[in-house]
Write a protein that binds this ligand. Structure first.
Ligand SMILES: [Fe+2]
Length: 192
């Protein structure tokens, strides 16, 4: 699989999680407390998988490689993509801050829902920019040798960052939460 195909597959996993987050935020907007542990599990997914695994692969491995091939920061969308990663981290921080009070405090539920909507909109825009603009450009400048090197570095990063079995655990979690909140629409192994 090409390096960009791996990242696109991960985007599909992240979008499954965003569908669940939006459903959970809609409940919170309606005054309902999320079922115990579900919001925590999603925030863990966005922290460990979306940011620690996926965004880090882009920032530490793909973007630097592209910079050596004429797609440096300041040329094309890389600067904006990096800003969006930083904004995403801030929004996940806002989600995490509300977790302890979600059960008891309607104001915390409203703040959680507001941050969730902002985060989902940001990541949908971000993923479209990568899938439709950056990755086709990247495919045009990466030869097979560079692509293989990036894919091997992705595997090493995932092993170090998440450890064995964590990717699979997230798959199961998204299947479970998808069935509960998004009518099973998110079912299916799509991350990798
Ligand atoms: Fe991405």
């Amino acid at each position: 699989m090409r390096a960009t195909e791996t990242l696109k597959a991960e985007h599909r996993g992240i979008r499954r999680a965003l569908a669940v987050l939006e459903a959970l935020a809609a409940q919170a907007d309606g005054g309902e407390a999320p079922r115990s542990g579900d919001a925590e599990a999603l925030v863990e997914f966005f922290t460990v998988f979306a940011d620690g695994c996926h965004h880090a692969k882009e920032e530490r491995i793909l973007f630097p490689e592209l910079a050596t091939r004429g797609l440096a920061a300041g040329q094309g969308p890389v600067d904006l993509l990096l800003e969006q990663h930083a904004e995403g981290r801030r929004l996940v921080g806002r989600l995490r801050r509300e977790l302890p009070a979600l059960d008891a405090d309607p104001a915390a539920r409203r703040r959680f829902a507001a941050a969730a909507h902002e985060y989902a909109a940001l990541l949908e825009e971000h993923i479209a920019l990568e899938d439709d603009v950056l990755f086709p450009d990247a495919d045009g400048v990466l030869d097979a040798e560079a692509d293989g090197r990036i894919a091997a570095a992705f595997d090493r990063h995932e092993e170090l960052e998440m450890g064995a079995g964590v990717h699979e655990r997230f798959h199961r979690m998204l299947d479970d939460l998808g069935a509960k909140y998004a009518g099973g629409k998110t079912h299916g192994k799509v991350m990798k």
